[in-house]
Design a protein. Structure first.
Length: 408
């Protein structure tokens, strides 16, 4: 029998012989008065809530705000609190890294045995996991989720300042190095990330490629109450330059030249980037055509907005999986995106692709689809058929099975 097969049998034995696992989730990237959620945050929340439902004892090392987010997703973990800054910015993320690197709550003194699940490949998650692993080498199994490795040299990162790129690169290298040498199981989000880890010299028998999913049935239940398309397109991501938000004014100006009443809804913006974007919208006289509503955590509200849109648009320069593409497909909304290698690998020809950074071509793709309702319907049907196989329940079970196969 292969090594992988043996590991899975071991994992199955753990699942059948142990009624309950003790799992500490480390998710220090959620903080602030109104925290926005990244795709990585959504991923762990969907997985962990299923582990909680299956009876496992879930602990969470994060901020008080993170507990409120968990409750929105339907579960209440045992909390170990490291309070974070009130607002998120490039400097507060450095502060958060320092906070979590030098301080662990006393309540964690009793966590001496079980699974540590770090949800992000950032130092504010990996350093606390590393410290706890060193304390209890033989009784703690550290499973680390890795989403994406930044390019080298750092200035190759597009639509980002040199400072942000360098700090992000240093953060990732420190984190992935700790994970490489001290984690028991590495969970690479997508096969492209797995290949990156292979290049980085990680021992591959510790690495497992994992997926992201959708709540297909829950989404479809919400959509039964949506009967009108209000928006021509929607964007739903963190409002960051690397996600392409500052391409939108030029893109939408071209769309409005053909469809004067075309409306774009931007979901996910707050802080300096959103203020700058709103100013650009005002200067371009597009206030009637572009509207930003900030972060949305409520599941029903989020998917109602999605279903009220004819298209989902993602002019992002940096992605790994982009959970929101699958969510758009589940909502019956066709997707237009920049053709990133990582996205193409996951979503194949189920997305309408546009050359990276070419806002004129991106606008053309949107205009073509807005003119062609038949093609939109075809994309809707194909996308919904494809996305049904990405089920969070299966992904959560597969992930825990793999982690348990590496538990001593």
């Amino acid at each position: 029998m292969s090594t992988v097969g043996t590991e899975y049998l071991i994992g199955l034995c753990h699942i059948f012989n142990m009624k309950k696992q003790k799992i500490l989730v480390i998710a220090n990237g959620i903080f602030g008065k109104r925290p926005g959620l990244s795709g990585g945050d959504v991923r762990f929340l969907e997985i962990v809530r299923r582990w909680h439902k299956d009876g496992h004892e879930i602990h969470l090392l994060s901020s008080r705000e993170a507990l409120a987010v968990c409750r929105i997703f339907g579960f209440s973990p045992i909390m170990h609190v490291i309070d974070g800054p009130d607002e998120a910015s490039r400097t507060t993320f450095i502060t958060r890294a320092l906070q979590t690197s030098f301080h662990l709550p006393k309540s964690l003194d009793s966590f001496t045995k079980g699974i540590i699940y770090s949800v992000n490949d950032s130092v504010f998650d990996s350093i606390p996991a590393f410290k706890l692993k060193l304390r209890h080498r033989n009784t703690i199994c550290w499973a680390a989720v890795i989403h994406w490795l930044p390019p080298f040299p750092p200035w190759k990162r597009k639509r980002s300042t040199l400072f942000n790129s360098v700090m992000f690169y240093i953060n990732e290298r420190i984190s992935v190095t700790l994970i490489k040498y001290f984690a028991d199981a590495l969970l690479a989000v997508s096969d492209t990330t797995l290949e990156q880890l292979r290049t980085f010299g990680v021992t591959m028998n510790k690495v497992h490629s994992v997926k992201c999913g959708v709540n297909f049935d829950e989404v479809r239940a919400i959509l039964k109450n949506v009967h009108t398309k209000i928006y021509d397109a929607i964007f739903m991501k963190r409002a960051q330059p690397v996600k392409g938000i500052f391409d939108f004014v030029d893109i939408w100006k071209r769309v409005v030249a053909v469809f004067p009443n075309a409306k774009l809804l931007i979901v996910g913006g707050e802080g300096n980037e959103e203020k700058l974007l709103k100013e650009q919208i005002r200067q371009a006289h597009l206030e009637r055509n572009m509207h930003s509503v900030g972060y949305i955590q409520n599941f029903t509200e989020k998917f109602t907005y999605m279903a009220q849109s004819k298209l989902f648009v993602l002019p992002s320069y940096e992605e790994n999986w982009a959970i929101v593409i699958g969510e758009a497909m589940a909502s019956g909304v066709p997707v237009v995106a920049y053709e990133l290698r990582e996205l193409r690998y996951v979503w194949s020809n189920y997305v309408t692709w546009s050359p990276v950074g070419d806002s004129a071509k991106f606008a053309e793709r949107i205009i073509e689809l807005l003119k062609n309702s038949k093609k939109r319907e075809q994309m809707k049907i194909r996308g919904m058929r494809f996305i049904r196989s990405f089920d969070w329940n299966d992904i959560a079970k597969d992930e825990l099975l793999y982690i348990l196969s590496h538990k001593k």
